[in-house]
Write a protein that binds this ligand. Structure first.
Ligand code: AMP
Ligand code: ZN
Length: 115
């Protein structure tokens, strides 16, 4: 399934739910997390509906590489100069709440609210 009509992040991709957009291209969307743990907290998501990292196949290697390379670029553009944290929660024991694959990228001066 490339788009799940019941998925929160697919609705954000489709513009049906608003988001504070940071970056967009054909493959991915990045927006500010609604409950930030850190002064800067963005989520990078594929536009394609992939429920979690557990659903990745070899065909997604380029997409995941693209998301990883984008993270430092977005942090730089958002003024994060002293390091950042990347997290991908996967499945129930991984603490995943939204089942559309997303990379948390967090930075800014500590202390942080969480993490
Ligand atoms: P996870 O636990 O990794 O699935 O994280 C889901 C993240 O999505 C949480 O950090 C939420 O704050 C964030 N989130 C949920 N709804 C929205 C939304 N409408 N816009 C932006 N971020 C959201
Ligand atoms: Zn989705």
């Amino acid at each position: 399934m490339s788009h799940d009509p019941n998925c929160l992040f697919c609705k954000i991709v489709a513009g049906q739910i608003p988001s504070r957009k940071v970056y967009e291209d054909e493959q991915v969307l990045a927006f500010h997390d609604i409950h930030p743990w850190a002064p800067v907290h963005v989520l990078i998501i594929p536009k394609l509906h992939i429920a979690s990292m557990a659903d990745l196949g070899a065909e997604h290697a380029g997409l995941m590489g693209h998301m990883s390379v984008l993270a430092p670029r977005l942090m730089r553009e958002l003024g994060v100069t002293n390091g950042f944290r990347t997290v991908i929660n996967t499945g129930q024991d991984g603490g995943q709440e939204v089942y559309h694959l997303h990379m948390h990228v967090m930075g800014g001066p500590r202390p942080w609210a969480k993490g």
